[in-house]
Design a protein around this ligand. Structure first.
Ligand SMILES: *Cc1c(COP(=O)(O)O)cnc(C)c1O
Ligand code: SF4
Length: 337
């Protein structure tokens, strides 16, 4: 029998298989990377709350035998996570106080963020949502009904931002259902997707995703999350091409992370690499002061010096805006450098 070249509808898409194959055990990741099996790590009890998770394709972009690799550092549960640092809290950006019915966070004028899911393909150790009580606040529950009602009731909302977690962790059936329902709300004009999956799991960009992104009245845009040039390999470049072909603007936000991208060279290479594959730098975030992430923090004075160095080297359109998220502010706070 000749196998059919097309995936039958009922079969799970390839990206879900890749997701299941991700590294979740520290010892397996260390063996794969030919690193010291006794490299210190957060204990199993602490790790359980936010386990290790690294897709294999992402791990292949790390340098073997190098515990200082900038991609490895983003995912390795270092013992430093267990150290409590003053000023680092579980709700560093004040999101819980702003949460509305159906998993909607409405902090800024005209746009609201929809917490679609708590799941991610990768676990970034600096993540500000690592302590978020997703179980209680997911918008995807009950077919988005509560979220849609909240959005429909507020005609000032012109843009809906799918966030999480990573919204692309959800099935395309579920996402298409949401996109269709948002289209039916006349005041909604744009649908923005905040996602790291096209980078860490490029298999995610498949025909089913492109089908719902490519149709309908809403203007779609995507904000990706890349912190280091090495995250973008040929598989990512190829995966992004159909998004560009659909005319979906691609922007990037990064977090300034100690030991990952805190040099003018690393930031300049990142901007150049992003541009090569059709992504414009958008924000460079100062770390949100979330418990367990203090070892990633770069001081603001150093951040400003890095920005001056970057601006002295790159065209203006490749220089991201340095921002900090402040509870209660009406937008991301720009940091002048
Ligand atoms: C960051 C953020 C946004 C998006 O801000 P932009 O400046 O439009 O990119 C929207 N809502 C919330 C709650 C946010 O945290
Ligand atoms: S992909 Fe985004 S939301 Fe998920 S752990 Fe990483 S930074 Fe956090």
């Amino acid at each position: 029998m000749i196998p059919s070249p097309t995936t039958p509808r009922q079969q799970a898409p390839a990206w879900q298989h890749a997701l299941r194959e991700a590294f979740t055990r520290p010892d397996e990741l260390l063996r794969f990377l030919e690193l010291d099996p006794d490299l210190p790590a957060l204990g199993p009890a602490r790790l359980r709350a936010f386990p290790l998770r690294v897709p294999r394709g992402f791990a292949r972009r790390m340098r073997k035998g190098d515990a200082q690799d900038p991609l490895f550092r983003q995912v390795w549960p270092a013992t430093a996570e267990g150290v409590s640092a003053s000023g680092f809290t579980v709700d560093a950006v004040g999101d819980l106080r702003k949460l509305r019915s159906g998993g909607i966070i409405h902090k800024y004028h005209g746009r609201a963020l929809l917490v679609a899911t708590g799941a991610c393909a990768i676990h970034c150790r600096y993540c500000f949502r690592r302590h978020f009580p997703y179980g209680e606040h997911l918008a995807a529950r009950e077919h988005w009904q509560a979220a849609l009602e909240t959005i429909a009731a507020d005609s000032s909302l012109h843009e809906i931002i799918l966030s999480g977690g990573d919204p692309l962790s959800l099935s395309d059936d579920k996402l298409a259902e949401l996109a269709d329902a948002l289209e039916a709300i006349p005041h909604v004009r744009r649908l923005r997707v905040h996602t790291r999956q096209p980078i860490v799991l490029p298999e995610r960009i498949d025909e089913r995703l492109l089908a719902w992104l490519g149709r309908g009245r809403l203007t779609k845009l995507m904000v990706l999350h890349v912190n280091h040039a090495n995250e973008i390999d040929a598989s990512v470049v190829t995966a992004l091409q159909p998004l560009r072909a659909l005319g979906i603007p691609l922007l990037n936000q990064s977090v300034l992370l100690r030991g990952v991208n805190d040099s003018v060279d690393a930031l300049a290479q990142l901007s150049e690499r992003l541009f090569e594959c059709g992504i414009l730098p958008y924000y460079l975030h100062l770390l949100d002061r979330v418990q367990g992430a203090a070892h990633f923090e770069v001081e603001e004075s150093r951040a400003r010096a890095l920005m001056r160095g970057l601006a002295a080297r790159l065209p203006g359109y490749l220089v991201p805006r340095l921002v900090r998220e402040e509870p209660g502010a009406t937008a991301k706070t720009s940091i002048a450098w």
